[in-house]
Design a protein around this ligand. Structure first.
Ligand code: PGA
Length: 247
């Protein structure tokens, strides 16, 4: 049985005070949930969130660089994230790929490094609207998944969480329909089975992401291959995020 995982991706929102307030409330409200709950906050809030000693809510980052240290102005190392209590890190989000020109090779280096230091990557994959219309969705996600996981050892694959996020559904209010998302996610699982084994693929948690809200979460969670959600906009309000966690 895979433990469902709901992660909030706050993107570039919330100052330290707001982050503390939300996480304090969230930690109480979802204390008894069987779902694993993660908040991926801006770098500036991580240290303060760690100091709260949250019981239920785990902390994650939204990006990192793959080097241990050095002359990389403006970057944050994997060890720095561990140092402030992060257990997860989102890697390869489509906004990183599109706006900051991250490619599969860079994302692969980050995935390997995250695992090396004990951070669990939330690896994002997904197609653009053009790619979907051209019928290339499955090929795109298979390709992104395969390249990002190159060199990941069989003993580590269970630590990886994958988020299938169709780019056209992110922040748009448009969502993939549950069956459709499940089909793409089952293709991702088959890809992992080919790279590793069916048994290991069965341990990897794969989320859906893209305009998830309290009103549509159940449609995704009732699918056989969907193990959770990566939530952007709706994770910024405690009530909405709790509504999703309590699907
Ligand atoms: P959204 O974002 O929920 O606001 O669509 C999801 C994401 O980008 O991870």
């Amino acid at each position: 049985m895979r433990t469902p995982i709901i992660a909030g991706n706050w993107k570039m929102h919330k100052n330290v005070g707001e982050a503390i307030e939300i996480c304090r409330q969230l930690d109480e409200l979802v204390a008894d949930s069987p779902v694993e709950v993660v908040v991926c906050a801006p770098f500036t809030a991580l240290s303060a969130l760690n100091a709260l000693g949250l019981k239920k809510v785990k902390i994650g980052a939204q990006n990192m660089y793959y080097a241990d240290q050095g002359a990389f102005t403006g970057e944050i190392s994997p060890g720095m994230l561990v140092d402030v209590g992060c257990q997860y890190v989102i890697l390869g989000h489509s906004e990183r790929r599109e706006i900051f020109k991250e490619d599969d090779e860079l994302i692969n280096k980050k995935v390997l490094k995250a695992l090396e230091v004990g951070l669990r990557p939330i690896l994002c994959v997904g197609e653009t609207l053009e790619e979907r219309k051209a019928g290339n969705t499955e090929q795109i996600v298979v390709d992104q998944t395969t390249k990002a996981l190159a060199g990941v050892a069989a003993e580590q694959i269970g630590e990886v969480v994958i988020a299938y996020e169709p780019i056209w559904a992110i922040g748009t209010g448009e969502t993939s329909d549950g069956n459709d998302a499940n089909q793409v996610i089952s293709t991702i699982r088959q890809t992992i089975a080919k790279l590793y084994t069916a048994e290991l693929a069965g341990q990897v948690r794969i989320q859906y992401g893209g305009s998830v809200k309290p009103g549509n979460i159940a449609e995704f969670m009732e699918q056989s291959d969907i193990d959770g959600a990566l939530v952007g906009g709706a994770s910024l309000k405690v009530q909405d995020f709790v509504g999703i966690i309590e699907y």
